[in-house]
Design a protein around this ligand. Structure first.
Ligand code: GTP
Ligand code: SPV
Ligand code: MN
Length: 598
């Protein structure tokens, strides 16, 4: 085994040696971030069959990877917060005491890298050297992970140099081991600044800079340091006068963050002069600056985006982004070595190799008579943000961008109106805390079931969510210029199950209203749940909604909300006496408003 270490950081050297001792790799390779090393890794991964090189002409420097068929989404039931006290993790997280967790996982890690190379990836979440960035080092036996981390994070030598200055780092250990779901664990040790992930080779389970560090561990650090780590997109909206305002938006997994973050304005609004600037599609780190307002940075440098449904109509900027230097995971391979997925551009290919690696034809049915999909519903692509035509020039700025509005949202077929505005920060925290959404394919489990997903952070909050709500409340008190808080729902349906709102680029019409509210340019109607747009204040020019759709979209049905209160109550009760009193106060205030309106 190589005993040369390209660093003087004793902590780092000691930890790498110890973990190598546990996992037993044949050798250790340090990732330096160079183009040469990346090319070598691609060649090796191609030779080993881990990745397939795609059509060099049509998709330059792009690859396809297929995961194991039971390793296609985050496995939340195998994800744990491991703290000394159970209360710390709270009722929404799986918990294991640290000692037991380390022991259990060590049993799987032991010798798991025999015959493999252990890669050491030093990475920075946020620009290298920024006071707001955090450093991690991931050890992994997967070249796919290395190649993804090179896109998703700033990785390599510059980070090692930063570590020479004595910065702390999150210790991230990953091994595919046997890719066995019964020996899979995603463990977080916030008290040790450590992450151990074993037995998976899929995205969020293994790209440890993403959900594990930038949300679960970072949310814990953020609580202690007085900032927020959120599952939010960040985008700039340039108005017809060239003035850019930024918003941060939390939707649960696969509910439209990436699509919104880079939307192309609809014709009418484009003509008015609107433009969009993309800062991030998944994670926002936000803190209060000396000006008393909230500022946000995106710690990532790439997108790990949902493939199905992505096409030139729904998301032309993403289509442009993934034309080169992209890794596709679990999509269909066409005979000409390009890729396809359900809802992509172009004709349905007459044949191909599906995400499982089997031969596929349109209309193919499985043993139960159900259509066989070419791409997995949670198939994804990994692409550099720099590829995106709308990338914001403020991406690399340490300070980030000032946030005018925070927007929560989710998939609700019936309940939530297209948009509403909270009465205050406190009420806005209640709106975020009581969010619920229909499950998507981004996590294993039953798709379509409504579940509570506060601030879209249910799977990602690294500590007790009661304390998390308290933290949100306390930030509101510290800000002199807090953003306004809104809630949106692009997924409301009519009685026939048809979407009432066209979504995608048309969503800008709703954002325009929200920003006009922030600038006190328009009035609103007061409903029991919050402020609702007066229909005439929404610019619907050039949009054809079906008869009565707008009324339905903006409707607030007291009866349905009274029903919703029951679910909220059960959810709040699960926190017992830890829930901040403000949340109950908002709950009873809402109940009272609904009662008085009958
Ligand atoms: P994660 O990466 O899992 O956190 O997801 P995300 O929130 O970035 O989701 P994304 O933007 O990739 O959207 C996921 C799915 O929602 C895609 O299949 C989209 O087609 C669909 N979608 C996005 N925006 C809209 C919309 O405005 N309306 C409708 N009907 N569907 C949408
Ligand atoms: C999500 O599920 O919210 C994602 C994809 O952004 S993953 O990185 O796999 O968690
Ligand atoms: Mn996400």
């Amino acid at each position: 085994m190589t005993e040369k270490f390209p660093t003087h950081n004793k902590e780092l050297i000691g930890w790498v040696k110890k973990m190598a001792g546990l996992c037993g790799p044949d050798n250790i390779v340090w990732i330096d971030g160079s183009a040469e090393q990346k090319m070598l890794l691609e060649q090796e991964a191609e030779a080993s069959g881990e990745i397939i090189r795609l059509n060099e002409k049509k998709l330059p420097r792009c690859f396809l990877h297929r995961t194991a068929i039971d390793d296609v989404a985050r496995t939340e039931h195998l994800t744990f917060i491991c703290t000394r006290r159970k209360r710390f993790a709270g009722p929404t997280n799986n918990w294991m005491p640290p000692r037991r967790a380390y022991e259990k996982a060590a049993g799987i890690f032991r010798g798991s890298m025999a015959g493999r190379t252990m890669y050491v990836i030093p990475f920075s979440m946020g620009p290298v050297g920024s006071p707001f960035s955090k450093i991690g080092v991931e050890l992994t036996d997967s070249r796919y992970v290395v190649l993804n981390m090179l896109i998703m994070t700033r990785a390599g030598e510059a980070v090692l140099r930063q570590l020479e200055k004595g910065d702390d780092f999150t210790r991230c250990l990953h091994s595919k081991a046997g890719l066995n779901i019964s020996k899979r664990l995603i463990l977080h040790f916030p008290e040790d600044n450590t992450i151990w992930s074993v037995g998976s080779g899929y995205g969020g389970n293994v790209l440890l800079g993403k959900k594990c560090l930038s949300l679960r561990i970072a949310s814990y650090i953020a609580k202690n340091e007085g900032w927020l780590a959120e599952h939010m997109l960040i985008m700039g909206i340039e108005d017809p006068h060239g003035h850019v305002e930024y918003i941060a938006t939390a939707f649960p997994s696969a509910c439209g963050k990436a699509n919104l973050a880079m939307l192309l304005p609809p014709e009418g609004l484009k003509r008015k002069g609107y433009r969009i600037w993309t800062v991030g599609d998944d994670i926002a780190w936000m803190r209060i600056d000396s000006d008393g307002s909230l500022w946000a940075v995106n710690p990532e440098s790439g997108f790990f985006g949902v493939a199905p449904g992505t096409n030139s109509h729904t998301n032309p900027n993403m289509v442009e982004t993934i034309k080169h230097d992209t890794i596709f995971t679990n999509v269909l391979l066409k005979p000409d070595k390009t890729v396809w997925w359900e809802g992509s551009d172009g004709e349905v290919p007459p044949e191909g190799i599906d995400w499982r690696g089997r031969s596929w034809k349109p209309g193919l049915l499985d043993a139960d008579g159900k259509p066989v999909l070419g791409a997995h519903p949670n198939s994804r692509f990994t692409a550099p943000i720099a590829n995106c035509p709308t990338v914001s020039f403020r991406m690399e700025q340490h300070h980030g961008v000032p946030i005018s509005a925070v927007i929560f949202g989710g998939r609700r077929q019936h309940l939530a109106p297209l948009v509403y505005e909270s009465f205050s920060w406190e009420h806005g925290v209640f709106v975020g805390a009581t969010m619920a959404s229909e499950r998507t394919a981004a996590q294993s489990g039953k798709v379509g079931e409504v579940r509570r997903d506060p601030m879209a952070m249910l799977p990602f909050c690294g500590y007790n969510m009661a304390d998390y709500f308290r933290h949100w409340l306390s930030l509101g008190r510290r800000m002199t210029k807090p953003p306004k808080i809104f809630h949106v729902n692009w997924f409301k349906m009519d009685n026939q199950g048809k979407l009432l709102w066209p979504g995608f680029r048309e969503n800008l019409r709703v954002l325009e209203w929200a920003l006009e509210r922030c600038d006190s340019k328009v009035g609103a109607l007061k409903s029991a749940i919050g402020f609702i747009p007066r229909p005439e204040d929404l610019d619907l020019n050039g949009l054809k909604l079906s008869e009565g759709a707008l009324e339905k979209l903006l409707e607030v049905r007291s009866k349905d909300w009274v029903e919703e209160l029951k679910g909220i109550k059960i959810f709040f009760q699960s926190f017992k006496k830890d829930l901040p009193a403000e949340m109950w106060r908002e709950y009873y205030a809402l109940a009272e408003r609904l009662r008085s309106r009958g």
